[in-house]
Design a protein around this ligand. Sequence first.
Ligand code: GBH
Length: 455
Amino acid sequence: MTDKYDLTFPADFIFGVATSSYQIEGAVAEDGRTPSHWDTFSHTPGKVLGQETGDIACDHYHRYRQDVDLIADLGVSSYRFSLAWPRIVTEDNRLNTRGIDFYHRLLDALAERNVTPAATIYHWDLPQWLADRGGWANRDTVRYFTDYAQMVFQAFGDRIPQWITHNEPWCASFLSYGLGEHAPGHRDWREAVLASHHILLSHGETVKLYRAMGLKGQIGITLNLNVTDPKTDTDADRAAARRGDGFSNRWFLDPLFRGAYPEDMLDIFRPYVQNFRFIRPGDLETISTPMNFLGVNYYTRSVVFDEPGTSLLQLGHVVPAKDRVTEMGWEVHPDSLYRLLKRLAGEYTALPLYITENGAAYPDAVDADGQVHDPLRTAYVQSHLQAAQRFVEEGGALKGYYLWSLMDNFEWAYGYSKRFGIVYVDFASQERILKDSAKWYKELIARHRLRHGQG
Ligand code: GBH
């Protein structure tokens, strides 16, 4: 066993924590915020476990000062959060200054504590008035998105040095419009494929806009990337793993970095979409507009096998992991993070990479001593940081690591039943308690600073 603090990163390596607006803010009807499709979805019976909603969540909208104190106390140098589109834009597509003001207050609090903000423009809270017009399946949403992006660049362009256009287009399209597990809960693969294209297009348009506005920070996108391994070495299982890779990874990476959708996936989607006329001339040039970094959200890998004729889109089946799983049922497989980073650098891009999310859910509880002991989460994060370190030591361009999440929050379709935080939240009292993993992370960052003479 290595010392649990035995991790070495370059002096300028960024340690951070991450959250998103709908998962923490609450205050869903305050200061002019309009409903998002997640409000609608969570208030529809049967969609979210235990009928839970983000109505109050961590009440961060009112407690952001205290939360920024926690962030600063951890010693992280950066905080990744998301801006809520329904707070910032009115139903007639104008700026809501009261929504803007909240994020100015948050940015002030971060600046006072020397924490650098990294903002995600879209982490899934689409305004309901746009969902009513077809949401991401409607190409008009691309233009509304760039209107919104322009408003946030005007307001915060000089205050936020790092921008993430989208969080996890795979979730925002396939999981939401195809698999129906996230808002809007549709099961229509035509809509899902259109949504993926429009989300990517809105990303590219937003990068172009950022440049056109002369802003000098960094802009990129965050993908949830999965590693798919074949269950056996047969050709059939290997082909199934390859299709799974196309579905999770290549459908997004190829247009961003190669300016083309992968042919094998076009063949898989063709029967569902009839034709690809919604991909218009120039779209792929826009999508592949050069950006400054790639954000990677990594949680697990999947092991895939082939069983002809039975699976969704004929993609193959995922073997449910049994050993070393988190409470989500996701296999703990840090080596796949290393393999993923190597592959991105080898096959796709020389751009700086950031791990914009990594973390784990475990069934935490407050112990008799008033503390929350979560050794499994510490082990999870430590092992993934070791994998990241190996990549960096071999010359890999990984610039930072954001732990998901700062605190327990609304875990989408799972409501409050899954706790990803390094800070425990008692949702009845809104009390926050640093878990053992938070204390470990804090100590790790402090040692990193000392080692580099920044302590
Ligand atoms: C992220 O989504 C989100 O950005 C964040 O808001 C969320 O709270 C966090 O992760 C934790 O869930 O389903 O067994 O095939 C991650 C979503 C996780 C979806 C891994 C794909 C593949 C494993 N992804 N999942 S499995």
